[in-house]
Design a protein around this ligand. Structure first.
Ligand SMILES: Cc1cc2nc3c(=O)[nH]c(=O)nc-3n(C[C@H](O)[C@H](O)[C@H](O)COP(=O)(O)OP(=O)(O)OC[C@H]3O[C@@H](n4cnc5c(N)ncnc54)[C@H](O)[C@@H]3O)c2cc1C
Length: 339
């Protein structure tokens, strides 16, 4: 077997696969390899994903319903399906971060446009950075953006008076449907010959001469190179990362579709809390980040009770939201902080 294996089909794995296969001919245009009419295509790129996905065969992006998978009331494993959905490039110029993020957002915009996915995938109404106390307010006011006082924030977000001291509106902030974007990238790679194996847990990676051997729960795959895009789970396959990666977990609540309430996404308490209403009316509220007690691919279902309570306390700042609106709650590893 030859080629490259990508471990993990989140946003990073899908983007890597799509970029790798960008130069390849589309399957529809070249149904067989090497000009032979009978030889099946040998994939030069394997995408190995532990989670169960739609199918191992090429699948179609659901362009009308927007987010995939909500019927199961539980998003697929990985941060990509579980995140807060902010597409908010930094304005901070330190180390070229702002420029890098602006360029990345522009690239994503162009890609989404080229795939005709604007309506269900991206929206840039702006975002608000909220201050919970005086100290944060001072910090926020020293940055760029349009300052909103307490009264305006209370009116725009429909929160209880006194919940926030004010905020900074950033016109460049937006919302993204990450699974729609991820699926489109995967579809591109698959169309060009990449092969997706879902429910395929990579258990061990071994270097053998100039090859890499991946031991998976399905079979052993030998390739020239491997790209590991397994996010916080990387120490489980590459033990040298154990000492340098300390995953944290957030909790996220998702409501049923609600009447329009928030045009803008927001963060508060130095990104400790965030909220967003998506195009389908569902509200996502997240935060209460803490170090993961134990991270396995299944443990994301075990929401920390204390974090869940804190998030509900935060939710009570918005009187139009109630416990009965909550359709789903999950946890996920957003970060890989170094000790
Ligand atoms: C709660 C939360 C809120 C967030 N909010 C935002 C936000 O608002 N804006 C923003 O820009 N970012 C946000 N993030 C961060 C963002 O979601 C991640 O940076 C991004 O999705 C990471 O993508 P990834 O492909 O690297 O990882 P993931 O999406 O986690 O994908 C890794 C994949 O690897 C698979 N995998 C793991 N181990 C194995 C194995 N051994 N074998 C095979 N497959 C394996 C997993 O199943 C998973 O699908 C948030 C993240 C979380 C969890």
């Amino acid at each position: 077997m030859s080629g490259i294996a990508i471990v993990g089909a989140g946003m990073a794995g899908a983007a890597a696969a799509s970029a790798l296969m960008a130069g390849a001919t589309k399957r529809a245009e070249a149904p067989t390899c090497l000009g032979s009419s009978s030889a099946p295509c040998v994939p030069s790129c394997w995408i190995l994903e532990a989670g169960a996905m739609a199918s191992c065969a090429p699948f179609t992006v659901n362009e009308t319903e927007g987010e995939r998978g909500w019927s199961s009331k539980f998003p697929p494993p990985g941060a990509t399906g579980r995140c807060g959905r902010h597409m908010w490039p930094a304005t901070d110029a330190t180390d070229g971060r702002g420029e890098f993020e602006m360029n990345a957002v522009e690239e994503i915009r162009q890609y989404v446009r080229s795939r005709g996915l604007e309506a269900c995938c991206l929206d840039f109404p702006g975002s608000i950075e909220l201050a919970i106390d005086e100290e944060e307010l001072e910090l926020i006011r020293s940055g760029h953006g349009e300052f909103w006082d307490e009264e305006k924030v209370t009116e725009v977000l429909g929160c209880r008076p006194g919940s926030f001291r004010g905020g900074m509106f950033h016109a460049g902030g937006g919302k993204v449907s990450p699974l729609v974007l991820r699926d489109a990238l995967l579809q591109d790679a698959i169309d060009r010959g990449a092969r997706l194996l879902s429910s395929c847990v990579v258990e061990r990676i071994e270097e053998k001469d100039d090859r890499v051997v991946l031991h998976t729960c399905m079979k052993t795959i030998e390739v020239e190179k491997v790209i590991v895009c397994s996010n916080a789970w990387i120490p489980q396959i590459l033990s040298e990362y154990e000492s340098i990666i300390r995953p944290t977990c957030d909790v996220v609540l998702m409501t049923r579709p609600l009447p329009p309430a928030w045009k803008f996404g927001f963060t508060a308490g130095d990104d400790q809390w965030y909220g967003m209403q998506m195009q389908d009316g569902r509200i996502f509220l997240g935060g209460a980040s803490r170090e993961c007690e134990c991270l396995s691919l299944e443990s994301e279902r075990n929401v920390n009770e204390d974090a869940s309570r804190q998030l509900r306390d935060f939710m009570s700042k918005f009187p139009f939201l109630s416990e009965s609106d909550i359709e789903a709650e999950w946890t996920g590893p957003p970060d890989l902080p170094q000790p």
